[in-house]
Design a protein around this ligand. Structure first.
Ligand code: GDP
Ligand code: MG
Length: 156
């Protein structure tokens, strides 16, 4: 039997240019066009995990932290090609410590020129239970896995 559907409001946060709009665009429209319309909008999206769970999300891109906006979780995006995003990570983690967080390590299609990678991020995270998932909004690589991990996070 399926549990009654509830909506999880997830804020997408991260440095400017880290890939927030592009990731939402890829998740919702499966493309990277129309990205310009995304900031500040509430975006509804239902995801089925393939084993009977349907998760309803309400996404919103938020460009300033900390935010008083209600939320049940955060997606924190980092541009893996920008060392400044890595340097900002401790600060970003402290401003998102009120809820669960999953990190989208963006621009994985540019892995060859990455400034940092999963293991580097994990060292900064330390003992906090935060998944780090490389994704490419450009190619769609690993976005399904990201959604599975996000779903698991909000369901548990
Ligand atoms: N190569 C590549 N470029 C990306 C990817 N995701 C975003 N971008 C580019 O990075 C720039 C910043 O992305 P955007 O989504 O606007 O970042 P935001 O400021 O966090 O919303 C844009 O020029 C995007 O086209 C990706 O997965 N791969
Ligand atoms: Mg944006």
């Amino acid at each position: 039997m399926q549990a009654s559907p509830s909506i999880s409001k997830v804020l997408v946060v991260g440095p400017k240019g880290s890939g927030k709009s592009s990731l939402l665009c890829r998740i919702i429209f499966n493309s990277m066009e129309e990205c310009d319309q995304i900031p500040g909008q509430f975006l509804k999206f239902s995801f089925s995990t393939g084993n009977g769970d349907n998760v309803s999300f309400l996404f919103k891109e938020v460009n300033n932290l900390p935010t008083p906006e209600k939320k049940s979780a955060y997606i924190l995006t980092l541009n893996s090609n920008n060392k400044a995003d890595f340097d900002d990570l401790p600060n970003l983690l402290s401003m998102t410590s009120d809820k669960k967080v999953i990190i989208a390590l963006c621009m994985s299609d540019l892995h060859y020129s990455a400034a940092f990678w999963v293991e580097d991020v994990k060292k900064i995270i330390g003992k906090r239970n935060i998944k780090v998932v490389p994704v490419s909004s450009k190619t769609g690589e690993n976005v399904k896995q990201f959604m599975l991990d996000l779903s698991e996070m909000v369901l548990t």
